[in-house]
Design a protein around this ligand. Structure first.
Ligand code: FES
Ligand code: FES
Length: 150
C-alpha cells in the first residue's frame, strides 16, 4: 500500500486491521484508536480519497490502496487548511478525536457536503467528540471549506 505518498510493504495476518497496521506496524500513531468497533470515528483515514473507519477495515482488503493519515496532510511546515482552521477555531479540547475529525472534514469538504451548518453536522455525524467541541468543529469545517474553495 502507499501511505502518505510512500510505498510501504507489510506482511500481515489476514485478521489485522488497517488501524493496527498503521499504528503498530508503521508507527503512524496520529490515527487514534477510540472504540475499536466503528462507533466513534477517531480512526478515520482516507483510502483512495474516501474516508473509512480503519478499525473496521482489514488491511488485506485494500491491497495497493492509497492511504492518507493525518501525518500526510501537511506539506512540510505548511499545515493543511483544515488543520489551520481547527487551530483558528479552537476546535479541539483533549484532541483524541481530532485526527479523525480532521480527516473526515477533509473528505466532507471534498465531497461538497459543507454547504451549511446543518449539512456539516449531518456529514460529520460519524465522528464523536467526548469533550463536545462540536460547535467549534462545525465552525472550523465551514471556515476551511471557504479556504479550500478559494
Ligand atoms: S476507533 Fe474506529 S470508529 Fe472508533
Ligand atoms: S477533543 Fe476530546 S474527544 Fe474530541
Amino acid at each position: 500500500m502507499t501511505v502518505n505518498g510512500r510505498l510501504r510493504k507489510v506482511v500481515l495476518e489476514p485478521r489485522v486491521t488497517l488501524l493496527d497496521t498503521l499504528r503498530e506496524r508503521l508507527g503512524l500513531t496520529g490515527t487514534k484508536k477510540g472504540c475499536d468497533r466503528g462507533e466513534c470515528g477517531a480512526c478515520t483515514v482516507l483510502v483512495d480519497g474516501e474516508r473509512v473507519k480503519s478499525c473496521l477495515t482489514l488491511a488485506v482488503m485494500r491491497p495497493g490502496a492509497e492511504i492518507t493519515t493525518v501525518e500526510g496532510l501537511a506539506r512540510g511546515e505548511e499545515l493543511h487548511p483544515v488543520q489551520e482552521a481547527f487551530i483558528r477555531n479552537d476546535a479541539f479540547q483533549c484532541g483524541a478525536c481530532t485526527p479523525g475529525q480532521i480527516m473526515s472534514a477533509v473528505a466532507c469538504i471534498n465531497e461538497g457536503h459543507a454547504g451549511s451548518e446543518a449539512e456539516i453536522r449531518e456529514w460529520m455525524s460519524g465522528n464523536l467528540c467526548r469533550c463536545a467541541a462540536y460547535q467549534n468543529i462545525v465552525a472550523a469545517v465551514a471556515d476551511a471549506a471557504k479556504e479550500v474553495r478559494r
